[in-house]
Structures are given as C-alpha cells and as structure tokens.
Design a protein around this ligand. Sequence first.
Ligand code: ADP
Length: 556
Amino acid sequence: MSSSTADELKAPGGESAAKSTAVRVAKTGSEPVAKTPIAEPEPEPEPETLAESPPEPAVFHAPRPSLFIVHITPEMAPVAKIGGLADVVFGLSRELAIRGNHVEIILPKYDNLRYDQIFELQPVYNDLWVPWYEGAIHCTVYFGFVHDRKCFFIEPHSQDNFFNRGSVYGFPDDVFRYAFFSRAAIEFLWQSGKHPDIIHCHDWQTALVPVFLYEFYQRLGMTHPRVCLTIHNFKHQGVTGTELLRATGLHQPERFCDWHRMGDNQHKNALNMLKGGVVYSNFVTTVSPRYAFETKDQGQGFGLESTLHTHHMKYGGVVNGIDYDVWNPEIDRYIPVRYGLGNIDDKYQNKRALRQRLMLADNEKPIVAFIGRLDPQKGLELVRHAIFATLERGAQFVLLGSSPDQGINNDFWGLKHMLNDSPDCHLEIGFDEDLSHLIYAGADIMLVPSQFEPCGLTQLIALRYGTIPVVRTVGGLADTVFDKDHSDRPLHQRNGYRFDNYDAPGLESALIRAIDCYYQYPEHFRELMRNAMRADYSWNHPGQDYLNIYDFIRDR
Ligand code: ADP
C-alpha cells in the first residue's frame, strides 16, 4: 500500500473512499469493471416471451495471480454454526480455493466446536501473547482441516475463559470476547509472519480487525493486506462503552469516539464496533444488492445509514451462494428418492415420505412449508396467519423452526396443540437438519414472509429442490425470486411468488395465487419448478464477484 493511501485510510470519514470509484461486481470475467456504485438494485430487464433459456455465452477466465486470503470469522459450518454466516464462510472459502487461491480461516477455539469434523487438529503456535489491557494474554494456536479447509483455532489461556462456555454467543461480555479474538487473530498473522493479500472479516465480531490493522500493525510494517468486511445482518453491531478502548489498547477516546470513526450514531459516548469496521475496511459488502440499498437508503441500517452514505463508494451487495454438494436433490443422502430436472416426478415420492414421517393425510393437496428461526425478523405473525389461510384454501402446512426465546416457542407449542387433530398440518418445534432436507424435497411451496432478510438461504435451497418460494419483496428475497405473474423478467427466469405489504392481505395475494396455480394450472406450476431448478445459485458467481472486489482493493 502506498503511504498516501494508507494515510487516507487512517483518516476515516470517507476521504479515500470518496476519491475511489466503486467496483461494479461483474457477474463473469475476471476483471473488475470500475463503474457505478453497486448498492442499488438492478432494474429488471424488459419482458420477453422466451420459453426456454437462451444458451449461456461461453465465459473465459483469463489467468489471474493466486491470492493469499485469510477469513477471520466467529462461525464456520459445520464446526461452529449459528446462522447463515457459518455457511457463507464454508462455501465461499472452498470456491476461492478451487479457483487457485490459498485460503486460510481463523476461528476461536470454542469448547463446543464439532471436534468430530476437524481432522489432524494439533497445536502449531504455542507462544502467542496478545496485548490486553495493560498486559497480555497467552494463547495457543491450533491447526486442523475442516472438510479440506485450512483452519487455525485460537485458544486463550486466561481466567476470562472467553471461549469455554458451552455456547458461542449470549454472554454479557460478548463484545470483549470478540474484540479479544480480533486482536488475537491479527497478532497471530503478525507474529507468524503471514502476509495475506486479503483479510476477509465477518460481522461486528471481527469488525475491529481493520481498526487494529490501520491503527497498530501498519506502523509495524504490515502494509500489504487489504480488508474486506462482509455484514451478514445489520441488527447486531457490537455497541459498547469506552472501556473497550482500554482493553484493546486503542486509548484516545476523543479520537475513537469521534463520529467519523467508531462513535455510535445513536448513543452519545458509545462505541460501535461494526461502524469501525465500515470506516476502516477497504471494501464493505453485505449479502445482497437489495439489502445494500435498503440498509443505506431505506432506513434498514439500524442507525448506520449515514455511515454507509459517507462510505457508499466502497459498499455493495453480493448474493450468497449455497453449497450444491450439500443442497442438491440429485445426490442428497437425507432424502429417500433423488431427483433432478430429468425426473421431477420422483419429487412426489419424497412428498409421500414426508407425509408418512409427519403423519399427514395422503391426498392431492399441495404442501406449503416454513423452515427457519422463529425470530420476529422472519415474519412470525404472517407465518401464523399463513397456517390458517393455507388450510382454508385446501392445502397442507408444515413448519420446522425453533427459537432461543421460550415465550415464542411456547406460542408455537400452543398453536401446535390447537392444530393437533388436523390431518393437514404439522408443526415441528426444534432444530433438525435431516428433516429440513426432506421438507425441501417433499414440499411444493416454501413460505418466506420476512420483515427483513439480508439474503436468505431458505428460498435458494427451495429453488434447487423445485419447491416454489412465496416471499416478501425484501432484501435477498427480492434479488432471487421473480414473480410468476408480475415480474419484468423473461418467463424462463420467473420462479415464484412475491408480495410487498407486510400484512395478511399482502401475504394472501401471493400465497393464494401459488396454491391456485398448483390446482388449476399444473403445467404452469411445473414450468415454475423447472425454472427454479435450472437457476444457478451455487458459489460460482459470488466467488467471482468477491475475487473482483479483492482485485479492486488490491490495486489501490
Ligand atoms: P438466518 O441466517 O437468518 O437464520 P437463512 O435463511 O440465511 O436465515 O439461513 C437459515 C438456514 O438455517 C437454512 O439453511 C435453513 O434450512 C436452516 N434452518 C433454520 N431453522 C432450522 C431448523 N429449525 N431446523 C433445521 N434447519 C433450520
């Protein structure tokens, strides 16, 4: 990095960003195209009447230099999975590796890691001392493979017991636990002499990494790495008091509490770790272009809107991919009968299996499903309404979900008891990955009525299984589901149903159309299924998009 660029980065507030030109995340090709900012949703193309997909143009990837990329993350599937972030790190890291890059991942060494999924785990660095308050904490770093991914796990030895607590999140000192982890990760890179081209951080938990890089380590000679921060959900930001500055050695409250750096936009005298990440990173992504737009311009940024505006030239959205080795009805080992575009009818054997497993009546009705965390974000009032609307319209309903909030769980248990005698409804309160595969394969319609949805994996998985999504037009749902009747997309790209208004009539306007289409126009419904299964939501495109971003920030 040239010193002038470094200085600009060390004077946050958008100066360097404003001079830069945002990269347009190209869908294909290896060259980043310096063009317009990418946060706005793409206008939908003019309608066409093509019934079949036109042939894909051949794509030639020019040879490109291999990059050394380090992900620093609080989660990765399957060893430490809480939400979609874990799947993203797992899927993206492999996509980057198979494209010839060297990829490493740094995680906390939680006591509740899935150790059965880590191979050849061994200590590789015994003498990592990480500055903390006035002293330093001794850490051991382990290395192991997680399904071929090269992972380092940091284990601190201190009375704080940061990562030996039986679960990943939910502690009053979470902010300190992850501030420490962030400091330890970059200290490890520094002490072990690693010089990655790209450090890729995830969410507020690791958002201090770029702050540490540009405030401490650059001065020590760590001038090479550039930082990309991906924000998976703006709801959680790591807002805390100035004690954090003492712990991390940042000191200088007047500097860091400043509005241009880490001063929270809503709470006076509070620090915001995610904001620090936005200000100091070389590029910031979120997990869909529409969510990028909503968080910056539609009041969905949980207070960070003005910061995103200041830094809009280095902000954009990339839709997540899904792992087609795991989510693929042609090879899925959790479903009784495998199927693909060539034998779609075999899907109905899975429907029968699902009914048997959940003791639902075997009849001609379509099955509407919901799979997800029972969190208000997921539109729980509408889920509840959809259960009754579905049954009234002559369809079946299956729900799989759970919540850490006992009150919400109890509500759904109450609903389950109320509907216990219905042969057309089953609510499964709990987390069950195996059952989720059978539901994706056996259901006809997948409901995702979220209040907000940064990307959403449920609809992407459903599409792959030919299960037609009915979604609210928000975030990643709007970027990936195109309405059968109202989209401007060509016919062959329409793959589901959408509604705008977050209310019962809004929901019904899409759900009823889907159920009616199943009954009255089965050939149209079948066409939707084919469109859904044909679409490519693997890591192929997002992998290239991230490489374009990496190239863009490395050149600056
Ligand atoms: P979020 O990250 O907000 O929870 P996403 O749609 O991005 O939502 O990812 C949810 C993932 O978790 C999907 O793969 C979904 O199948 C899975 N999932 C959610 N709830 C359950 C559950 N109760 N049992 C099994 N899988 C679940």
